[in-house]
Design a protein around this ligand. Structure first.
Ligand code: IPE
Ligand code: IPE
Ligand code: MG
Length: 253
């Protein structure tokens, strides 16, 4: 695809975010507004996943994290849950070879034990077949919840204390981060949420502490690489301070 004007501006701007996370929201409303059943919105959303992965590679993002299914999404009607699991399997069948060819290494993060056998093995196959891809690391968050992740980490640390491997006072940010699903990853620089909702919905509660937020009004099935570039351009206009003062601030003596 020819370089777009937006992509050129992204590349010539300040640093491209290294880690971008996305709450892919609005599939159901996209479908309902067209008089379609909700699952068609989820299916259409798969095209946006492809778009955003390709856009991430073009922009030079290192890590892309996509929120695909939350722990609370299990509470949706059984029919919708089963459609979503079916789409996950379809995604692996349709996209795995392409992901591998593009050098995308897929990781699946979340409570994978709660997946049915078929879906779990499809997900594992995608992880295994893409291992070693060095262009983009893609984290697909499945049956993931930020609070559940923190609870698991807390239990893992408590187990180590009980086993005498760790003293309570040795529990620091580094130890906790090593017990999260995202161990070894930098925090997201940019979080995109589609469909105009201004909330985090239990996503990466620890990791998003200083992440820049970009809320797009567009429903996920309408989100494309140009919308990703727009979000990056927005990010490039931000000044990140991490609780410090601006570098430009000159205090009068
Ligand atoms: C996001 O779209 C996909 C998942 C949460 C699995 P939704 O299904 O939440 O769509 P809306 O928010 O109801 O429109
Ligand atoms: C968050 O969206 C979960 C995913 C995108 C997978 P939801 O649609 O489930 O969140 P709420 O209900 O709007 O908070
Ligand atoms: Mg939603």
């Amino acid at each position: 695809m020819a370089d777009s004007d937006r992509l050129n501006r992204v590349r010539s701007g300040t640093a491209v975010p290294s880690h971008v996370a996305v709450i892919m929201d609005g599939n159901g409303r996209w479908a309902s507004e067209r008089g379609f059943p909700r699952h068609l919105g989820h299916k259409e959303g798969m095209k946006s996943v492809r778009e955003v992965i390709e856009g991430a590679v073009e922009a030079g993002i290192d890590t892309l994290t996509l929120f695909a299914f939350s722990t609370d999404n299990w509470k949706r009607p059984a029919q919708e849950v089963s459609a979503l699991m079916g789409l996950l399997r379809l995604y692996v069948r349709k996209e795995c070879a392409e992901l591998r060819n593009r050098g995308v290494e897929v990781h699946a993060l979340g409570d994978l034990d709660s997946l049915d056998e078929q879906t779990l093995s499809a997900v594992q196959e995608m992880v295994e077949r893409t291992r070693g891809g060095d262009v983009l690391r893609l984290n697909v968050m499945i049956s993931y919840g930020g609070r559940e992740e923190l609870l698991r980490a807390t239990q893992a640390l408590a187990d180590r204390v009980r086993a005498g491997e760790l003293l309570p006072e040795q529990i620091d940010a580094e130890e906790l981060e090593a017990a999260l699903f995202t161990r070894g990853l930098s925090d997201p620089d940019l979080l995109i949420r589609t469909s105009g909702e201004y909330r985090i919905s239990n996503f990466m509660l620890w990791q998003l502490a200083y992440t820049e937020l970009h809320i797009s009004p567009v429903y996920w099935p309408d989100f494309d690489r140009e919308a990703l570039f727009e979000a990056i351009l927005d990010f490039q206009r931000r000044e990140r301070r991490f609780g410090c003062v601006s570098v430009e601030v000159n205090e009068p003596q």
